[in-house]
Design a protein around this ligand. Structure first.
Ligand code: ATP
Ligand code: MG
Length: 332
């Protein structure tokens, strides 16, 4: 797309095949072990997209699950053999933390990439959670960048330009997720110009839909002036609490309004999901047996099987024992 001119198998160990099949002896522990097995040893390979997919994960409302969804969807795809890059475009650096990536001051980061001081290759780090999971971290330097960018040439398309080089081809990246900050400033605009797709996480709460109109209007503006290819491809409902009627009301309202753009998989509210970043991990690695982990794995699968972006549904990878394609090597 041209830029505008301006983990090991121990969880299942000791659990017999009998315990893993519903029926007699079916217990919550067996259920959890079965989920862990599904997350750690996915059976079906995911198809690679016809072309690399770049998704800006955006919602100017704070705390709706942008970062949590970015890192867990990315991990879900990576663990199933697709090479995935997370661009942490939020000065809070939460995505870098959840992926276990160093983002102390002085680390090569997205800030220097936006300024054009370094290229993508120099800023990419590999997550300890999977060799398929890459990240361009954010340091606190990024906090000043909204102001610094204002006076720069092509200030809205600096990330697009950086991602358009050959670096992502060299790294063999299939998916890029850009974790946006909770604002509609220049950083988010850079993400919307760099990505053909927007993924909007919506929290299943009362105020969830407030502000969505403003986000959609901004997306239309970027589409009209800077990135004609931009579409809202995916909506993900997060923090669903089945005990409340409100969660169901929000879910139906969002589905009524956005139809097929909304993923069938809904992410439940789960303590494990919120605990994971404290250990520098995604929930898929922190607790693969949890409902949160399985939901994110399912959501990642839905995204990969989206027929609009499929390469005729043919899996292109031969996976190695660690779940990654055998033919690629990345190091830093
Ligand atoms: P910000 O706008 O500040 O960047 P965000 O939209 O990226 O926030 P997150 O940081 O992903 O939102 O999530 C906000 C909080 O909610 C975090 O503490 C996170 O751990 C928690 N959280 C996210 N998803 C879930 C979930 N499914 N269950 C429980 N807690 C969750
Ligand atoms: Mg965030």
């Amino acid at each position: 797309m041209p830029c505008p001119p301006t983990a090991p198998p121990e969880a299942a160990a000791g659990v017999s095949a009998h315990a893993l099949s519903p029926g007699v002896g079916w217990t919550p522990i067996a259920e959890e072990a079965e989920r862990a097995t599904r997350v750690k040893h996915p059976t079906d390979q995911l198809p690679r997209p016809a072309r690399r997919r770049v998704l800006a994960v955006a919602n100017q409302k704070g705390g709706v699950g942008k970062t949590t969804s970015t890192v867990n969807l990315a991990a879900g795809l990576a663990l199933q053999g697709l090479r995935t890059l997370v661009v942490d475009l939020d000065p809070q650096g939460n995505a870098s933390t959840a992926l276990g990536i160093d983002h102390r001051a002085g680390t090569a980061s997205v800030y220097e990439v936006l300024l054009g001081e370094i290229g993508i290759i120099d800023a990419v780090a590999v997550s300890p959670q999977s060799s398929n999971l890459l990240c361009i971290p954010a340091t606190s330097d990024l906090a000043g960048s909204e102001i610094e960018l204002v006076s720069m040439v092509a200030r809205e398309s600096r990330l697009c330009r950086a991602l358009s080089g050959v670096a992502l081809d060299e790294l063999g990246v299939d998916y890029v997720f850009i974790d946006c900050p909770p604002s509609l400033g220049l950083l988010t605009v850079n993400a919307l110009v760099a990505a053909p797709e927007v993924l909007i996480p919506i929290q299943c709460e009362y105020y969830a839909l407030e502000g969505l109109g403003q986000l959609l209007r901004n997306i239309e503006l970027v589409q009209a002036h800077l990135n004609p290819a931009l579409t809202v491809s995916t909506i993900l409902l997060t923090m669903y609490d089945g005990r409340t009627k409100l969660a169901d009301q929000v879910t139906s309202e969002v589905r009524e309004h956005f139809g097929d753009q909304v993923l069938r998989t809904v992410i439940p509210r789960s303590v494990k999901v919120s605990e994971a970043p404290g250990f520098g991990q995604t929930v898929l690695v922190y607790d693969p047996g949890s409902r949160g982990a399985l939901s994110y794995l399912d959501a990642a699968r839905e995204i990969a099987h989206d027929h609009r972006y499929q390469d005729h549904g043919v899996p292109n990878h031969t996976l190695g024992a660690d779940g990654r394609p055998a033919d690629r090597e990345v190091s830093r």
